[in-house]
Design a protein around this ligand. Structure first.
Ligand code: NAD
Ligand code: DAO
Ligand code: ZN
Length: 369
C-alpha cells in the first residue's frame, strides 16, 4: 500500500514528506495506522548524525499511538480495531531477558531492530523498489507502519491518541524511572535534573509515590510553573546558586537525596546527580542519553561510601504489561499528560516541530496525520 511518511534521507537534512510503499504484515507482524506521534530528542539526535547507530534513509519516530488495521499469520494478542502504542523496547515474555524478571530489555528482536529491519532481516518500507529503513522498530513518522506483535501494547479504545502517544516514550520513561527502576518509597527526598518531557514525568512519578521533597533543577526558569503544577516542591536554578550546586542540594535534602535522576544527557550533570545523593544509600538514576563517545566520572569513594549509580531505558517498563496501566492512570486522572502536549501540528509541519523542540519552546510537539 502507499503511505504518507516523513523520510530522513540523510543526516542533518530536513525531513521530506513522501509517498512510501509499505508491504503487508508478515507472520507475527501487525499493520498499524498511526494517529499521532510525539517528536522526541532521540529522533533529533539520530537525524543530526551524532548517533553512531543512526542509519539512513529511514523513517524516524518512536512516540506514537494508533489502531491495528491488519495482522499477519499467528498473531493472537491484538486484532484489527485494537488501539495500540508501538514499543521501541519490545516484550516477548520468552527470551532470557524477559524471563529473568530483572530487566525490561527484551532481546528477542534486538539485532534486526538495530539494523533498521524487521525480524526476518528485510524492511517493509520502500520507495521505487529501494528499501527505506525502520527506526527503533517503530517508525511512527508514517501514517501506517508495520511492527512485530511483541512490540505493540494494546490499550483501551477511549484514550485520546494525541495525548497517550507520549506514553510511548517520555511519560513512561519518567514515571517508570521512579516506579520501576528506582522504586522510590513514600517520604523519600528526590532531586530531578532537567525539567523537560522526561524530567517532568519523574516529578509526577515522585509525587504519585508520595515523595517528601521533590527538587527540580533546571537552567530555564520557564520550566518552574509546570513542574510545580506536577508536584515539584523546590526549584533550583544552578545559575542562581552561590557556591557549589551539590553542597546546596545536599543541604536542601537534609544530608543528600535518597534518589536523584539525570534527565538531560549531560555527563557533568550526571556526576552532580550522583554526588548530591545521601551517603550510605542514595541512588542516582541516569535517564538522559549522552552524546556519542562521552564518559562519566566520579571519585570511586562516592560508591565506596554507599551511593549507587544506575541507569534506565524506557523507565524499566515492560511495554505490553505496563503501558496499558499507564494509559489507565492518565484516563483516571492520576497523571497529567495534557499540559505536556504544547502543540499539535499536521505531519506536514514536522520540520517546524523539530525547530520548536530545539528552541525549547515545547515540552512536546505532537504530529497528526
Ligand atoms: P528536554 O530537552 O525537553 O529537557 C531537558 C531539560 O534540561 C531542559 O528543560 C533544559 O533546560 C534542561 N537543562 C539542559 N542543560 C541543563 C543543565 N546543565 N542543568 C540543568 N538543566 C539543564 O529533553 P527530554 O525530552 O526531557 O529528554 C531528556 C533526556 O532523556 C534526553 O537526553 C533524552 O535523549 C533522554 N531520554 C532517555 C530515555 C531512556 O529510556 N533512558 C528515553 C527518552 C529520553
Ligand atoms: O537492548 O541493547 C538494548 C537496547 C535497548 C534500547 C533502549 C533505548 C533507551 C534509550 C534511548 C532513548 C529513547 C528514546
Ligand atoms: Zn524478551
Amino acid at each position: 500500500m502507499d503511505v504518507k511518511a516523513a523520510v530522513a534521507y540523510e543526516a542533518a537534512k530536513p525531513l521530506t514528506i513522501e509517498t512510501v510503499q509499505l508491504e503487508a504484515p508478515r507472520a507475527g507482524e501487525v499493520l498499524i495506522e498511526i494517529k499521532a506521534t510525539g517528536v522526541c530528542h532521540t529522533d533529533a539526535y539520530t537525524l543530526s548524525g551524532s548517533d553512531p547507530e543512526g542509519l539512513f534513509p529511514a523513517i524516524l519516530g518512536h512516540e506514537g499511538a494508533g489502531v491495528v488495521v491488519e495482522v499477519g499469520a499467528g498473531v493472537t494478542s491484538v486484532k484489527p480495531g485494537d488501539h495500540v502504542i508501538p514499543l521501541y523496547t519490545p516484550e516477548c515474555r520468552n527470551c532470557d531477558y524477559c524471563l529473568s524478571g530483572k530487566t525490561n530489555l527484551c532481546q528477542a528482536i534486538r539485532v534486526t531492530q538495530g539494523k533498521g529491519l524487521m525480524p526476518n532481516g528485510t524492511s517493509r518500507f520502500s520507495i521505487g523498489g529501494k528499501p527505506i529503513l525502520h527506526y527503533m522498530g517503530t517508525s511512527t513518522f508514517a501514517n501506517y507502519t508495520v511492527l512485530p506483535e511483541i512490540a505493540v501494547a494494546k490499550i483501551r479504545n477511549d484514550a485520546p491518541f494525541e495525548k497517550v502517544c507520549l506514553i510511548g516514550c517520555g511519560v513512561t520513561t519518567g514515571l517508570g524511572a521512579v516506579i520501576y527502576t528506582a522504586k522510590v518509597e513514600p517520604g523519600a527526598n528526590v532531586v530531578v535534573f532537567g525539567l523537560g518531557g522526561v524530567g517532568l514525568n519523574v516529578i509526577q512519578g515522585a509525587r504519585m509515590v508520595g515523595a517528601n521533597r521533590i527538587i527540580g533543577v533546571d537552567l530555564n526558569p520557564d520550566k518552574r510553573a509546570l513542574a510545580e503544577k506536577l508536584g515539584m516542591t523546590h526549584f533550583v536554578n544552578p545559575k542562581e546558586v552561590e557556591g557549589d550546586l551539590v553542597a546546596h542540594l545536599v543541604e536542601l535534602t537534609n544530608g543528600g537525596a535518597d534518589y536523584s535522576f539525570e534527565c538531560i544527557g549531560n555527563v557533568k550533570v550526571m556526576r552532580q546527580a550522583l554526588e548530591c545523593c545521601h551517603k550510605g544509600w542514595g541512588e542516582s538514576i541516569v535517564v538522559g542519553v549522552a552524546g556519542a563517545g562521552q564518559e562519566i566520572s566520579t571519585r570511586p569513594f562516592q560508591l565506596v561510601t554507599g551511593r549507587v549509580w544506575r541507569g534506565t531505558a524506557f523507565g524499566g517498563a515492560r511495554g505490553r504489561t505496563d503501558v496499558p496501566k499507564i494509559v489507565d492512570w492518565y484516563m483516571n486522572g492520576k497523571i497529567n499528560i495534557d499540559d505536556l502536549v504544547t502543540k499539535v501540528m499536521p505531519i506536514e509541519q514536522i520540520n517546524e516541530a523539530f525547530d520548536l523542540m530545539h528552541r525549547g519552546e515545547v515540552i512536546r510537539a505532537v504530529l497528526t496525520f
